[in-house]
Design a protein around this ligand. Structure first.
Ligand code: GBH
Length: 449
């Protein structure tokens, strides 16, 4: 069978996030973030790991950029650490922080890699958390100020911007379940946080649109989306699935793409009295693209307890990754098709993350063979190709992730990289999947099984 050819100009890249790879937490005037604080809480992170050193990407970015270029990738999605730009979360910029990212971008451009910059991937300056964090409306205005500072400084060389990565994880895991920084378990704060994150997106978008480097730029937002199904056809499971879909997805998609929170979610959560006139028009201002992070499907069972009376269960007979997520490539085709059907005038999509954790072990000769990850990527890319054949407008794909890195609450034990990192020596070894993905990128086509 012939290879699955992608549209001309399709973007192939790798993604990372600042706190997961950079390390160098005290370098060049960086201030503390909520993750520096949270990782010091006993028991918060598996193995007691922290991002203090991580992959030392802050210092080793030239090597990492060269790796991507040698593989044949065309784009790098990375995030800027807000505490490097504004160590106290507001006010004057820290020039050394900006200079660092300018060097990263220069290096990328010199290697023909297009930078896709995420402004916020979960590392809020601790100083802002001390004033209430995302539960406080003021944090959204501080984000807009930060976005303007970065855009002024880098907008001449960066043209692809993502305001936020997965605001759901920031609000739900950070303020609701407390498993991510800042570790708060409070449904009221969670619900305020999610609105203020969306408001930050809207305000940031406006600043980038009005900025002096607006010409030729694209601005988007990244959400994590999974197809959600009831575990059985029972009314209880079906209703639980709808609740979870509303809570995880439509609470974010609807304000951005329709300018309104979903009625069924509001009925459950209350009136959101912190939403002010003018917020939703800002939040729903047109974006140039929507970034989708896809990992898995969600199969949902009704429960007797919990805020949602719902929990996800594993489908039978489906392989799982090292973080126990089921491998369901067809869910990627379904999710982009469903979004296209559900939202009129959906902007073009990018898959801004997709990938898998496996227990990769270097062989005696140092090589790292990861056939399961190759299978995972191939399956998902063939599913994505099918979606594009069916008419869904997807413009690019970024693997999560370039390097094995700090997997948040899971610490370093879970390896998502296409490049292996030996944390003792910081040695990078491209896994089989890295070479495979590079070939796909060079050929703009995926071999069929
Ligand atoms: C992404 O988030 C992050 O952007 C990235 O930083 C991270 O390293 C990467 O994924 C890998 O984790 O098990 O049914 O409760 C992923 C967001 C949200 C995806 C929670 C899995 C669990 C669904 N994740 N979700 S469930």
């Amino acid at each position: 069978m012939s290879d699955a050819r992608f549209p001309d100009g399709f973007v192939w890249g790798a993604a990372t996030a600042a706190y997961q790879v950079e390390g160098a937490v005290d370098a060049d005037g960086r201030g503390p973030s909520i993750w520096d604080t949270f990782t010091k809480v006993p028991g918060a992170i598996a193995g007691g790991d922290t991002g203090d050193v991580a992959c030392d990407h802050y210092h080793r970015y030239p090597e990492d950029v060269a790796l991507m270029a040698d593989l044949g990738l065309g784009a790098y999605r990375f995030s800027i650490a807000w505490p490097r730009i504004q160590p106290d979360g507001s006010g004057a910029l820290n020039q050394k922080g900006i200079d660092h990212y300018r060097r990263v971008v220069d290096e990328l451009l010199a290697r023909d890699l297009t930078p896709y910059v995420t402004l916020y991937h979960w590392d809020l300056p601790q100083a802002l958390q001390d004033k209430g964090g995302w539960a406080a409306r003021d944090t959204a205005y501080r984000f807009a100020e930060y976005a303007g500072v970065v855009h002024d400084a880098l907008g001449d060389v960066v043209k692809q911007w993502i305001t936020l990565n997965e605001p759901k994880v920031s609000s739900h895991a950070g303020y609701g379940d407390g498993i991510h920084a800042p570790g708060i378990k409070d449904q009221d704060q969670r619900n305020r946080a999610l609105h203020h994150l969306l408001l930050a997106h809207g305000l940031g978008l406006q600043v980038l649109r009005d900025g002096r480097h607006a010409a030729g730029q694209s601005v988007g937002l990244t959400l994590d989306v999974s197809p959600v199904e009831g575990a059985t056809s029972s009314e209880a499971d079906q209703a639980a699935a709808r609740r979870l879909d509303g809570d995880s997805h439509r609470l974010f998609l609807d304000p951005v793409l329709r300018g309104a929170y979903p009625e069924d979610a509001l009925e459950r959560l209350g009136s959101f009295e912190w939403v002010q006139d003018g917020d939703l028009p800002l939040i729903s201002a047109p974006i140039d693209f929507l970034g989708i992070n896809y990992y898995r499907r969600m199969l949902v069972q009704a429960t007797e307890t919990g805020p949602l009376f719902a929990r996800t269960v594993l489908p039978e007979g489906v392989p799982v990754t090292a973080v126990d997520w089921p491998v369901q490539p067809d869910g990627l085709r379904e999710v982009v098709a469903d979004l296209t059907a559900a939202y009129d005038g959906l902007p073009p999509l990018y898959i801004t993350e997709n990938g898998a954790a496996y227990d990769d072990v270097p062989a005696a000769d140092g090589s790292v063979d990861d056939p399961l990850r190759v299978d995972y990527l191939q399956g998902h890319l063939l599913a994505l190709h099918q979606a594009i054949q069916d008419g869904v407008d997807v413009r690019g794909y970024f693997v999560w992730t370039l390097l094995d890195n700090f997997e948040w609450a899971e610490g370093f034990a879970k390896r998502f990289g296409v490049v292996h990192v030996d944390y003792a020596t910081q040695q990078r070894t491209p896994k089989t999947s890295a070479g495979w993905l590079g070939q796909v990128a060079r050929g703009n086509a995926v071999p069929r099984r």
